[in-house]
Design a protein around this ligand. Structure first.
Ligand code: 5AD
Ligand code: SF4
Length: 458
């Protein structure tokens, strides 16, 4: 962009998973050369992108209520606002969006973000909406510009997209398409770039990240464990995480990687969805509750301080009181440091939506409440169990109060402690003084390294 390029304002609203957070950043990168700079204010936005989530009905409905508000904002600007709907709702419901909200200019699915500049140009000429929701054969990653925006201390890196698992309840295989793994060279190059921009912690992203099998320089498919070990060699990269995993794809190599390299953090999000074998079968998960328990044992053998997180669905079709009790038992047996739990939501086009034995809303509510109470207790107990430990904390930036800094433990807990701003980006020892339901408090333990020694050479 030259100085003569008119400044335009871009507002991106993001729903859903971390993949969408990453995609939103890439859309901002693609539009920057056209003169679009970020804004948080809808009144001054020349373009608004809603990056949407289709996973549950509630998330989808929020998009339509937001579009209603945007219609008014666009009218107040005399129509001078490009409105784009991106993400999985766009992919799944493109036609419905343009029918229900004809003031939308662009509808684009998750595989089409590299085409945004061309679509913006077409939208300025077109009478109706410009729609792009095919799964193009070409790889969008090859067509997206390199990350340009300054990154924080923690950054996301998408290594895998799509899913071939077809869990009975899930729209992802339909909205994000078949599994695709980025090659090793592309991932390593992006990781190096992010570290050069200041990232100390990378989270590798994929809908089914541990199914990643990208092509290595030798022309052969690598495992995710091998990729993690390769990334751990990057100077200045202190921490690696990955999400979201499927229990079926936790191979021996990846389990072993939790023991070494140390850069792989002792925290794993491993959705189980249910503790009942009958329901796991109906969900097409491809494993039993005991398979999951055994996998957790193997992981903890490799890394004894591993903290686990999971996803649970309450009220999948066919779920009985006994099945629900089995889910509670699995949660009790495993002990989660964190978890997400949801009421089953029927998604059009998925097998579960038309299964017999749909569960009553009130029953779903009651089961979810019970699951959430148990998970909340486990999370609080886990956080309290950190008190008295000295944790290696990656300092992410200033805290809420003056003189306070914020960071995260290896187990992903947010921590607050008093310290100078110069600590940002360093990994420092912090003695945990208290565990709260959602965060920890601590005090800095000497010695503190000078920032210069902690920074990467690049
Ligand atoms: N209803 C409720 N929860 C769902 N999830 C996915 N699809 C549905 C659905 N139809 C949950 C799963 C998944 C998480 C991202 O969202 O637990 O792991
Ligand atoms: Fe959806 Fe199952 Fe694929 Fe996860 S593994 S994205 S829940 S189909």
């Amino acid at each position: 962009m030259t100085d003569a390029t008119p400044r335009k304002r871009l507002l991106i609203r993001t729903w859903g998973c971390q993949m969408n957070v990453y995609d939103s950043a890439r859309m901002a990168d693609v539009l920057a050369p056209l003169g679009y700079a970020p804004t948080e204010q809808v009144e001054e936005a020349d373009m608004v992108i809603l990056n949407t989530c289709h996973i549950r009905e509630k998330a989808t409905e929020k998009v339509f209520s937001d579009l209603g508000r945007l219609r008014e904002a666009k009218r107040q600007r005399g129509g001078e606002m490009v409105i784009a709907v991106a993400g999985c709702v766009a992919q799944a419901e493109g036609a419905e969006i343009t029918a229900r909200a004809p003031w939308v200019d662009i509808v684009l699915g998750p595989q089409s973000y590299h085409r945004l500049p061309e679509m913006v140009a077409r939208a300025s000429r077109a009478a109706g909406a410009v729609i792009e929701t095919d799964f193009p054969a070409e790889d969008k990653f090859d067509h997206l510009p390199e990350t340009a925006a300054p990154q924080g201390v923690t950054a996301f890196l998408t290594v895998q997209e799509g899913c071939d698992k077809f869990c009975s309840f899930c729209v992802v295989p339909y909205t994000r398409g078949a599994e695709y793994s980025r090659p090793v060279a592309a991932v390593v190059a992006e990781a190096q770039r992010l570290v050069a921009l200041g990232a100390r912690e990378l989270t590798l992203l994929g809908q089914n990240v541990n199914a990643w099998h990208g092509e290595g320089p030798d022309g052969r498919a690598w495992t995710l464990g091998r990729l993690v070990r390769r990334l751990a060699e990057i100077p200045g990269l202190a921490r690696i995480r990955y999400t979201t995993s499927h229990p079926r794809d936790m191979d021996d190599d990846l389990v072993a990687a939790h023991g070494d390299p140390p850069a792989l953090m002792p925290f794993l999000h491993l959705p189980v969805q249910s503790g009942s074998d009958r329901i796991l079968k109906a969900m097409n998960r491809g494993h039993t509750a005991d398979d999951y328990r055994r996998l957790v044992d193997r992981l903890r053998a490799a890394r004894p301080d591993l903290a686990l997180s999971t996803d649970i669905i309450a009220g999948h079709p066919g779920e009985s009181d006994a099945d629900h009790a089995a889910t509670l038992a699995l949660i009790r047996d495993t002990g989660f440091a964190q978890a997400f739990s949801f009421k089953y939501s029927a998604r059009p086009g998925t097998p579960a939506a038309t299964m017999a034995g749909q569960v009553d809303e009130a029953v779903k509510d009651a089961r979810l409440a019970e699951i959430q109470a148990l998970l909340r207790d486990q999370q609080t107990a886990f956080n309290r169990s950190r008190a008295g430990m000295v944790a290696e904390v990656l300092v992410t930036g200033p805290g809420r109060h003056p003189g306070q800094m914020a960071g995260r433990t290896p187990w992903l807990n947010p921590v607050h402690f008093d310290g100078p701003e110069s600590l940002a980006g360093q990994v420092v020892p912090v003695k945990i003084t208290a565990g709260h339901p959602n965060s920890l408090s601590g005090v800095l333990v000497a010695p503190v390294h000078a920032p210069a020694r902690e920074r990467p050479a690049a």
